[in-house]
Design a protein around this ligand. Sequence first.
Ligand code: BGC
Length: 728
Amino acid sequence: MRNSNLGYHRLFLLIPAVVVFAASFVVAQDAERPWMNSRLSPEQRADLVLKQMTLDEKLALLHGNGMGHVPQWQMPLTYLGNGGAGYVEGVQRLGIPPLAISDAAYGVRDSGANGRYSTALPSNLGAASSWDPQSACEYGEVIGRELRAQGFNMTLGGGVNLAREPRNGRTFEYAGEDPLLAGTMVGNMMKCVQAQHVLGDLKHYVMNDQETGRMVVNAIISKRGMQASDLLAFHIAISIANPGAVMCSYNRINGDFGCENSYTLRDVLKKDWGFKGFVISDWGGTHSTDKASAAGLDQEEPMAEYFGPKLKEAVQAGKVPMAEIDDHTRRVLYAEFLSGIVDDPTQKSVVDIEKGMEVAQRVEEKSIVLLKNSQSVLPIDPSKVHSIAIIGGHADLGMISGGGSAQVDPPGGNAIMPPGKGATHWQDHIWFPTSPLKALRAKLPNAKIDFNSGTDANSAANLAKNSDIAIVFAYQWISEGMDLPNLSLHENQDALIEQVAAANPRTIIVLETGTAVTMPWIEKVAGVVEAWYAGSAGHKALANVLVGEINPTGKLAISFPMSEKDLPRAVIPPEPATSQALDYAMHYDEGPKVGYKWYETENKQPLFAFGFGLSYTTYEYSGLSVDPSAKTVRFMVKNAGQRAGTEIAEVYAKLPNGADESFKRLVGWKRIALAPGESQTVIVAIDDRPLQTFDEANNRWIFTPGDYEVLVGPSSNNALLTGRLSVH
Ligand code: BGC
């Protein structure tokens, strides 16, 4: 007893001494390493540490060290990369951590090969259909947390290329066709990834709007067209996310490759927009040393072919000025301080599966778009519907996901393969173990729910005929590294749908697609539900929508054309043989007229318009007034139906005729939750960035004076209210 008291006594004496020692250590540390003072700005910290660095230490930050799972991309330090896409050495003696980089478009990649678990959120295009920046943020938080838990401190997510070409195999990784919507959604997503202390990235800068010939294709577009479309989407996303990095793209833009393009990198991104982070090349997208460095590329990935020894030689030979190396290095350091990865190093931990599932389900519930609902076939009414035929799409086992470097690995491997046989090739068609059949059975325990694989259309039609309703699950797989030849459902799914719909007029189609699809059968089916690539909890979200526990709110972030003939290009010209590859060009003569802007100016009706989506209730709009000084619009929305719901009210504006780009563009929106019968006055701020046009001659944005037509309604082609905004 005495001894132990004495022990405590000694301990109390010891504590102040330890505190004093620790404090003096910290002071000494701070004096030696002033950049570790988190009260200084990221710029100040980067400047301070830069002064201490040798040339070799600087150069080490400007290139990758290989890519773990790719045999031809191995380097001595590749093994340190934590099984991710890239690894950049830090400067240990100065407390600058290495970058452990992973792909993470809709969840963290490569968890299978690494023996880890990752949540798959709905596809990025799907989540954009929620028009909900808060959901985008929660999406980003899940990804950021799971990256850190798995030991990564930098993401390669954040695709913000516009859906100029809906056959683009990466459309599911992007956020649709409108710069304001895409920029806002991806910006919020990345802001919240980075808030988890993961260095954020936006990609693929820029005009990487198709995959065909992606390593060579020359995207030809006027500066004005590019500024008002893809560049505007990036600018908006960057202004929201303030990401540490931007990834330059594989393709060429008006002649020069994305990673050595002085117009897009140096002039626009860094000079005009004041981007202070670093430009990272797409994997294998660096083509030169001096040219790329001068144009504004800061870091080559994943190898060191041009920004390793060759960059050092170029510096020593005076071909690349030291100031350029300092600028590249400062940018990497700035991004590390900005994102918090220096002050808060990653610590591996167990991924919070439950939290991921909860967010994945909630986001999907807001992303599902109800496209058709004749005679209120939906929601399923258990008092009337006693038997349901579930057909096709492997709905007994799961739901499909998008491929390529965005692929998230499902737990247990590919759900449609025998256990353990889940192939991991980046272009395998991967189903998650999210069976809509099981989810519906759980929701409707008293209904007789039967499954037919749909491989034999006659037997599927037979089951449909003998059921109260039929639900056909149709899918479309897309991936990085390919474009679709057309927007038809493949594998005879159109024929299957026709036959089932002929057998039962109460047929509902659930689409699991990565982009738009054509629907030759649209008049024959009663309902269409677009579920996108639905993620780890997609089946539960879908079942909730089908039975009406969730009232759908999603609206399309991409137009669905009637036919490919209505697109700016009826076909994507094939990539030429390697010898002529450098002649391969895409002339984007439509300029800023992407998606709905194109259909409007060409006077073509889409199958489903941008911004379209139904609900189980109906909404009424009234009383528009425009406040020109505050640049706001005010109107009423009423829930005129029997169910609570959330309406996304959309605001568009048309430029005065003098602007010669008089087509409408989205300038704002609001999600409004309304109880049955409830009305609300809504005020929406008009974002004036899409209202301006780019003056190429003077490199500036201008307002065309005159009267702008303001259009308010539930979709891009349904203006229920119109008004005027005068700009002088
Ligand atoms: C893709 C990028 C990806 C990178 C690393 C490239 O092929 O275009 O989006 O981040 O690979 O996996």
